[in-house]
Each structure stands twice: as C-alpha cells, then as structure tokens.
Write a protein that binds this ligand. Structure first.
Ligand code: PMP
Length: 348
C-alpha cells in the first residue's frame, strides 16, 4: 500500500510535472528536472535515515532477486560468505550466492518452520567470510531481528526489503543494507542499496554484469543507463510524505501501535493464533491461522468480500497474513480486528 496522498499527488502531476509540459514518465533521465528529482530523493532518504557521508545510496533496477546475485558478485573477495537462514528470502539469497562462492549457513530457524529468529549473539562466524548476510524482516513468516547478529567484526549485509523505513535503521551497523522498494516505498522493480564506501571495489568478479556493478552504479550516480525514472520519482514522493508525517520515529510509533492492536487480539482469541514467537514478531507482516484449513479458507473468502484484500498467507505456507506496511492506517487494523471478532463469534 502506498500513501493515498502520494498517489493523488502523482495523479495530479501525471500530465504536466510542475509546468514542464511533460509527465515524469516521458522525461529524459539526463534532464535537469529529473536530476533534481533523483538528487532530492537521495537527500530525503539520507535525512530520514541519517545516512553517514561515507555511505553511498544506489538506485538499482531489478528488485530483490537481482541483489541476491549482486551482493556476492560485488562483495566476495575471498569467495566465502556466511548466511543466516530465517526464511525463504534468506534461503534464496544463499542459494544464489552459492553460484559465486562458498556459502556457510551459520544459523537457521528451519527446524520450527521459521517461526523465530535464532540467537545470533555468539555464532561461529567463518574466519574468511567476506560478509555475514541476513534477511532482517521475513516477509512470509513474519519474523524480525530485534537485535542484529554479532558478526564478530565481519561486514553485516542485510536485506531490509520488508522493514525498510518502518523504523530507523542504524546504518553504521551495516556494511551494506538493501531493500526492494515495493513494500514501503514505491513501485516494484527497483532496489535501494546503501553501502559503505570502502566496500565498493573495482576488482569485482569478472562475471559481474556492468549494470549490477556497485562501483559503476556509484560512479555514475545511479545513472549509468536509463534508470527507472518514474519509480525513483514515486520513491521521492514517499520520502517527502514520511518527512511530513514526522520521520522514522513517527513511522515506528505508528507501526508499533498498529501491530499491537492486532497481536493483542490474536493473543486472546480462541480461534485465531499468531504463528510467530512473541520476541521475534514483525511489525510489518503478521501471519495467523485458525488451525483448520477450511475455516482459514472461509475467513479469506469472507474477509475479501468485506473489502480486506491480500489476507491470504504466502502460497508456500498457507493460513493468513496481514501485511501492515507504513501506509496502512490504524483504522484499517481496527476494522480488521472488528471483522475477525465478528467472524469468531459467528463461527464459534
Ligand atoms: N527479500 C524480501 C524480504 C522480500 O520480501 C522479497 C519479495 N517479497 C524479495 C527479497 C524479492 O524481491 P523481488 O520480488 O523484488 O525480487
């Protein structure tokens, strides 16, 4: 979900962006108007996250899966990396990285269907690991790291796609954090990479496509080729919206309040149950089940008819999942809980 305010602004500017006589969709990426859009978007993101000057911000096409490959290609120097597998996306990232080097799985929560985040305070980090990789918020399973792993001095790389800008990330704790923008920030198909400058290397793997090379992307200000201009423009509008709303502390406050309403109900319901252990729960993705597949299916049918869309759990896990990203208003959660209460009464 994107903020309605942003969609309205985009609609109003669709035919004529600020008196230019053209849509951002039609604009040359080399024009001064677009340069202003991309520079402003980067600056607003830097302000929101307080990104230190020694980190670069890269706008890259290709979404999340492309970063699964770009990370090892650009960062593997010894050809070794440690991955912590807490769900499908971390697993896929590890599998992709195996094409380019040696991957050690140093922790996993597969033993309990990824319903928790493992203790990462004292892991056996490989001596020669170029980085330790995590997926910080597990979109499908609804878990989130409350404490970042102790990487024992190794570079931390995090996929923050589904918690991006849901609260403040302390950028200095990561060597690289990247997120697909399609959850909290903008249209699908793009990822934002925030990388510490010393990790940007010239001698990346020979197989690295030019378009996935962090150095080339950084040296060209994300304009090596024609970038997804319209995506960048929408991301920029969302950053401005976040600033107007009070920044990331306010996003966090709202997200905690929203999630609490739903988890509180789930924890006392006799019908619906949250599937994630309390200390690993995501603020963004809330999976739940009734324990009865037919009842789940009935709930999904009836909730959809009542206007609650996308409540079906991921196709690989079933059940239900409420994705309550930044732009979902508190009233939306309250209405969902009211609907669930009514369903529980009617089907007791
Ligand atoms: N990482 C996470 C945490 C995700 O949730 C997703 C997609 N939902 C991806 C990676 C993959 O992103 P994409 O579909 O853009 O390749």
């Amino acid at each position: 979900m994107l903020p309605e305010e942003v969609l309205r602004q985009a609609a109003a500017e669709m035919m004529d962006y600020q008196g230019t006589g053209e849509s951002v969709m039609e604009m040359s990426h080399r024009s001064k108007e677009f340069k202003k859009i991309i520079d402003q978007a980067e600056q607003d993101l830097r302000d929101l996250l307080e990104i230190p000057d020694n980190y670069k911000v890269l706008f890259m096409q290709g979404g999340g899966n492309q970063q699964f490959a770009a990370v090892p290609m650009n960062l593997m120097k010894n050809g070794v990396a440690d991955y912590i597998v807490t769900g499908q996306w971390a697993k896929k990232a590890a599998k992709e990285a195996e094409k380019y080097g040696k991957v050690n799985i140093i922790a996993s929560s597969a033993d309990k269907t990824f319903s928790y985040i493992p203790d990462c305070s004292d892991l056996e980090v490989s001596e020669d690991a170029d980085y330790v990789y995590i997926c910080e918020n597990n979109t499908i399973y609804g878990t989130k790291y409350k404490t970042l792993p102790n990487t024992k001095g190794k570079t931390l790389v995090a996929d923050v796609s589904s918690c991006f800008l849901s609260e403040k990330h302390d950028v200095t704790k990561y060597g690289l954090l990247w997120g697909g923008v399609q959850k909290n920030i903008g249209p699908a198909g793009m990822a934002i990479v925030i990388i510490r400058e010393d990790l940007i290397r010239e001698d990346v793997m020979a197989c690295t496509p030019t378009i996935m090379n962090y150095k080339i992307t950084a040296d060209n200000g994300s304009l090596y080729n024609t970038p997804p201009c319209y995506n960048i423009y929408i991301c920029g509008l969302v950053f401005q919206w976040m600033k107007r709303m009070g920044g990331l502390d306010e996003m966090k406050r709202r997200n905690e309040e929203k999630a609490q309403i739903l988890y509180d109900y789930l924890d006392q319901s006799k019908m619906f149950h949250a599937t994630v252990e309390p200390d690993s729960r995501s603020l963004m993705n809330v999976p739940f089940v009734t324990g009865d597949k037919e009842l789940d299916a009935k709930f999904i049918r009836e909730s959809e008819a009542a206007g609650f869309i996308n409540l079906k759990g991921h196709r690989t896990v079933g059940g239900m999942r409420a994705s309550i990203y930044n732009a979902v208003p508190r009233e939306g959660i309250v209405a969902l809980v009211e609907f669930m209460k009514k369903f529980e009464q009617e089907n007791a």
